[in-house]
Write a protein that binds this ligand. Structure first.
Ligand code: SF4
Length: 306
């Protein structure tokens, strides 16, 4: 179950959505696009607005236009997302036809521009290739070109570098950063890895067990995390050079409960070094602690003095 997740992304802004695998990050992205799995339902109080238009309750036809159109999607396994039996150029061409009505020479011209824009070389060969003939990094660039085919205003990148080696991953993140700046895109960058988010996002939303637990400008999260889970994530993250505290890496003991878990209390209570008895009896409320900085933790809600 997801609950208490509220996020806003402005044009040209990058929001990092972070948390351990299974905390509800991808489900949040799917909910934005009306792609919740069979059996999942929106119970109450949900509103998802894109450029002022409400998506909750929109027709499937309207949502199909949004997916791959105004909202571009990039997933972690480009090889699994691209059609294995269709040439890459044709797949992107179909997206250009579907979302922009482009055919023939006009379609080919925009296709070539997109392949160049995402940093691919030898674009005629790439366009003629089947996905398995491209490296993982080239496949991800092709996926990004396809996401751009619909002229999106929002890009959702769900663990876009997990399947790539470190050097290619860094290149893909640089590419997303450049596209955001040059096109004025809003970017929702989803990752279990704070090092991926660090330095590339304006704001960070941390999720735990299906709930948002901390939201703040990125610098505040890395320099002055307030929620014990965020602090634990930072302490457990290798590769946060320049943003992590200079202390040894520490694992987070215990297990992440399923989204909506935690019973009547704070879902992090069993793993939290600051937990008090009251933490097991009440779900903390979303509590502002500074400008644009809020957390879901009783120590701030109840004003504990440590
Ligand atoms: S509410 Fe209690 S258990 Fe939960 S994060 Fe805060 S201090 Fe830890």
């Amino acid at each position: 179950m997801l609950g208490g997740v509220s996020l806003t992304i402005h044009q040209g802004e990058a929001l990092g959505l972070v948390g351990e695998s299974g905390c509800g990050k991808s489900m949040t992205a799917l909910a934005i696009l009306g792609l919740l799995p069979r059996g999942a339902q929106i119970r109450s109080g949900s509103s998802i607005q894109l450029q002022g238009k409400e998506l909750v309750g929109a027709s499937e036809q309207a949502l199909c236009k949004v997916r791959g159109g105004a909202v571009g999607l990039i997933f972690q396994e480009p090889g699994a997302c691209l059609d294995p039996v269709m040439r890459v150029g044709r797949q992107i061409g179909e997206a250009l036809q579907l979302h922009r009505g482009l055919r023939g020479a006009a379609q080919q011209a925009v296709l070539r521009d997109l392949l160049v824009e995402v940093g691919l070389h030898d674009i005629d060969r790439v366009a003629r290739a089947y996905p398995h003939e491209l490296s993982g990094g080239m496949q991800q660039r092709a996926m990004i070109a396809m996401a751009l085919a619909g002229e999106p205003v929002l890009l959702i990148a769900d663990e876009p570098t997990t399947a790539l080696d470190a050097r290619i991953a860094s290149q893909i993140l640089d590419l997303l950063d450049r596209l955001r700046r040059e096109r004025g895109l809003a970017l929702l960058l989803i990752s279990h890895d704070l090092a991926v988010i660090g330095g590339r996002c304006d704001r960070v939303l941390v999720m735990y067990a299906g709930r948002a637990v901390e939201s703040a400008p990125a610098a505040q999260v890395f320099d002055a995390a307030r929620h014990p889970y965020t602090a634990a994530l930072i302490a457990a993250s290798p590769g946060l050079a320049g943003v992590a505290p200079k202390s040894p890496l520490r694992d987070i003991p215990g297990q992440l409960p399923a989204p909506g878990g935690g019973g009547d209390g704070c879902a992090f209570a069993e793993r939290c070094t600051l937990a008090r008895p009251s933490c097991g009896h009440r779900v903390p409320a979303w509590t502002p602690v500074a400008a644009e900085h809020a957390v879901r933790c009783l120590q701030f809600e109840e004003g504990w003095s440590c």
